[in-house]
Ligand binder design. Structure first.
Ligand SMILES: [Zn+2]
Ligand SMILES: [Zn+2]
Ligand SMILES: [Zn+2]
Length: 753
């Protein structure tokens, strides 16, 4: 007989880990106990050596699917205890508990099998879940995570559910959101005016019939309302586009099962595993074509695809038996709706019917979006399944709250060596977006019982997030650290990958506020500790009309030609004479023409010049079109961007490109040569900076071809390429970077050296 003390760190709370440990101990006749600790789980266990070894192996190999073990350690305790049973103990209150909030989990295989089996209590029940799966973050009102503090408080357990809830040997032991047809939430179907059409199974049947007939359905999902329509019908897809005023932005598609998904997209084994995981994100996959309407993602070789992750989605999808467009239920870039009345009001003109239920959604949690590159998942939007799981950040630092950027906003709370990044909150252009940011701040401080002693925000004075941070700094008399946008981009990657060496960070994106009064976006920064040095950047050029240029790539082309060639004729034919006159005047006088070093705008300019795209329906669309055109071709050529004293000058590139254009070279070839030029530039920056670690981040590195070309060139010459993976390279990662910088900030540092 011996006794072990085991400590496990990782994502082991709210995922059924303690009941799992209990069952494993019981099966091996072991005595002892298990309890939650702030950073994981602690176990003491005693029995025969063979049983203990087997127990240890099981913890690792058979843990619940959604659990993630970061570290496990065990040591022998000299003294045996007299206890004869194994128990689940309450979490120690004495410890300085910083509780973690579990993320929402996709339906598990056991629950799926159960709801498919006629005669089971939960046969076809749309709110089936257990300790290993189901809603968490979207329904938790407060901690500790117990049913009375969730959206399930209004549903007292029936006797049968109560028995499962309190039986430690049951899969549903202490599963807070459990429910069944007797005691749990119910569905109903309303028309666009809010009039009740049907309830229960009948509601489901009618909703399915609506979808099959090509109508738009608003579905109250896990983290808010979504809009669904038949993805195989051109008319239905066009109907949704028309009503949503969303002309070209790609839609995501939910497939009934993996087999049908594989018919439409190329899926590797890794991708199949991620699609079926507890996180179940939307994955961008190579589109094979087939039954899906082209209107779902016009001009795009990739399709955002996913599998049904709640029982309700499974039912709808299985009954319709065809792929469905499934997107956030919102107006343009506002947050998704979670409130029933609000959803009816805002989506009444978009949806024909509403399939809803009486379990409240407490906060919007969008679907996560990612893709697999070189065998690893890279998230572009981090929300359901991932937020708000903590990231271990080994810094001795005070509690910091960071307010993020303006687009794809998130907030980050840093405390006790952990950074908790919120779910994707969306853009802050609408009052709804700003109020969501503000309520998420309250939410976080309440959840984590945190008192920030330092705040962080962007340098941009006009971001709504900056103003919110300023207000809080004032009312609470807290220091506010203003972190430069691209510095934050690089810092986020350093925090995620725990990089210890000084790095060269290439932060390439659309725009960020520069302390020198120009708009930054093609930056090479040396980052070490909380400070940075602007090592180099793209040569600046004027953007006639400023912000307008984001939606009109040809304006970037005009500014670029004027700056580099002192002659705008190559771009002038993209405008009518009437349009051209005021723009030329702006450029001449330097009015409303901020200067920018943005690589994102350089992409826009090139897209317009090679004739790939003149307008942009959404930000980054021109760059995406350029990427897709380039990716479709093989070519050995490259344009040249010179690097002198840190300034990257694209003049030769522009001349070569215009020469190619006059010789009628294929736009795809020109696009490819431009991509290679940027990869050469990345290498030139790395060689002149002489740092081994090179971070590639910023929205431009969502471009898969650019990231691959840069990685190839840099690694072949011995540089260590570092890229963010589970925190997006776009502005979704800004708050994490701000928190990392602010956590180490000290009055002696002058930021932005
Ligand atoms: Zn389950
Ligand atoms: Zn029940
Ligand atoms: Zn950015």
């Amino acid at each position: 007989m011996s006794r072990l003390s085991i400590e496990i760190q990782g994502v082991v709370q709210g995922v059924g880990f303690r009941p799992f440990v209990y069952r494993m101990a019981l099966a091996r006749n072991l005595a002892g106990w298990v309890r939650n600790r702030p950073d994981g789980v602690e176990i003491e266990v005693q029995g025969s050596e063979a049983a203990l070894n087997d127990f240890l192996r099981t913890l690792r190999d058979e843990k619940p699917a959604p659990a993630r073990i970061h570290a496990i350690s065990s040591r022998v305790i000299g003294e045996l205890s007299t206890e004869s049973a194994f128990t689940i103990r309450a979490s120690g209150d004495s410890a300085k508990t910083r509780p973690s909030v579990p993320a929402d989990l996709a339906i598990c295989a056991d629950c799926a099998a159960e709801m498919d089996t006629p005669g089971e209590r939960r046969y076809r029940y749309p709110f089936t879940n257990c300790t290993y799966c189901g809603p968490r973050y979207s329904i938790i009102a407060g901690l500790p995570y117990d049913r009375p503090r969730t959206a399930m408080r209004a549903f007292p357990l029936c006797a049968a559910c109560g028995a499962q809830y309190s039986d430690p040997a049951d899969r549903r032991f202490h599963a807070q959101p459990i429910a069944c047809p007797v005691c749990g939430p119910r569905m109903s179907l309303k028309d666009a005016r809010g009039v009740l059409r049907a309830e229960g199974e009948e509601a489901l049947r009618e909703a399915v019939a609506d979808l099959q007939a090509g109508r738009v359905l608003a579905l109250k999902g896990l983290g808010g309302y979504q809009l669904l329509v038949d993805a195989t019908s051109d008319t239905a897809v066009a109907l949704l586009r028309g009503r949503k005023h969303r002309e070209e932005k790609p839609f995501a598609v939910m497939f009934p099962d993996l087999a049908s998904l594989c018919c439409a997209c190329e899926v590797s084994e890794t991708e199949a595993g991620i699609l079926q995981s507890a996180e179940a994100p939307i994955l961008l996959l190579k589109w094979r074509g087939g039954v899906i309407s082209k209107g779902v993602a016009p001009g795009n070789p990739n399709l955002g695809a996913f599998l049904p992750y709640t029982p309700l989605h499974r039912l709808v999808s299985g009954l319709v038996a065809r792929p469905l467009v499934c997107i956030s239920g919102n107006l343009s870039d506002e947050p998704m709706r979670i409130d029933d009345d609000e959803a009816l009001e805002t989506l009444g003109d978009v949806a024909d019917a509403f399939l809803l239920h009486d379990r409240p959604v407490l906060r919007p949690v969008d679907d996560s979006v990612g893709r697999v590159e070189a065998g690893a998942l890279h998230l572009l939007r981090r929300a359901r399944g991932f937020a708000p799981l903590p990231l271990p950040v080994p810094l001795e630092a005070p509690v910091v709250l960071a307010f993020g950027g303006h687009m794809k906003s998130t907030i980050t709370l840093f405390a006790d060596g952990q950074a908790v990044v919120s779910q994707h909150l969306g853009d802050l252009d609408s009052p709804q977006g700003v109020s969501l940011l503000s309520s998420t701040v309250d939410d976080f401080l309440d959840f984590f019982q945190a008192e920030p002693v330092r705040l962080a925000c962007d340098l941009h004075p006009d971001y709504a997030s900056t103003r919110l941070a300023e207000r809080m700094a004032k009312t609470r008399s807290l220091p506010l650290v203003r972190v430069q946008h691209h510095h934050a981009h690089v810092a986020a990657c350093i925090a995620e990958l725990d990089l210890r060496n000084p790095v060269l960070g290439l932060a390439w994106d659309g725009s960020g506020y520069g302390p020198d009064g120009t708009v930054w976006g093609g930056e090479a920064l040396l980052v070490q500790g909380p400070g940075y040095l602007r090592f180099g950047h793209l040569r600046t050029f004027p953007l006639p009309g400023g912000e307008r240029a984001v939606r009109e790539p040809r304006r970037s082309a005009l500014g670029l030609c004027q700056e580099l060639l002192r002659d705008d004729s190559a771009a002038a034919d993209l405008f009518s004479a009437l349009e051209l006159r005021p723009l030329r005047r702006m450029l001449e006088l330097g009015l409303h023409s901020p200067r920018t070093s943005s690589i994102g705008r350089l992409f826009d300019a090139v897209a317009a010049l090679v004739g790939i795209r003149v307008g942009a329906g959404f930000e980054g669309q021109a760059a995406m079109a350029l990427e897709f055109a380039a990716a479709a071709l093989e070519d050995g050529g490259a344009y040249s961007i010179t690097l002198k004293e840190g300034i990257a000058d694209p003049t030769p590139m522009l001349q070569e490109l215009l020469a190619d254009r006059s010789h009628g070279v294929d736009p795809g070839i020109m696009a490819r040569r431009f991509h290679v030029a940027l990869a050469d530039l990345a290498l030139a920056f790395a060689e002149s900076a002489g740092r081994e670690d090179v971070v590639l981040t910023g929205g431009c590195f969502q471009n898969r071809l650019l990231a691959a070309l840069c990685t190839q060139k840099l690694s072949s010459l011995g540089f260590q390429v570092r890229r963010p993976a589970l925190y997006p390279p776009n502005d979704g990662g800004i708050s994490l970077g701000q928190a990392w910088v602010a956590a180490q900030w000290d009055e002696r540092f002058e930021l932005g050296v």
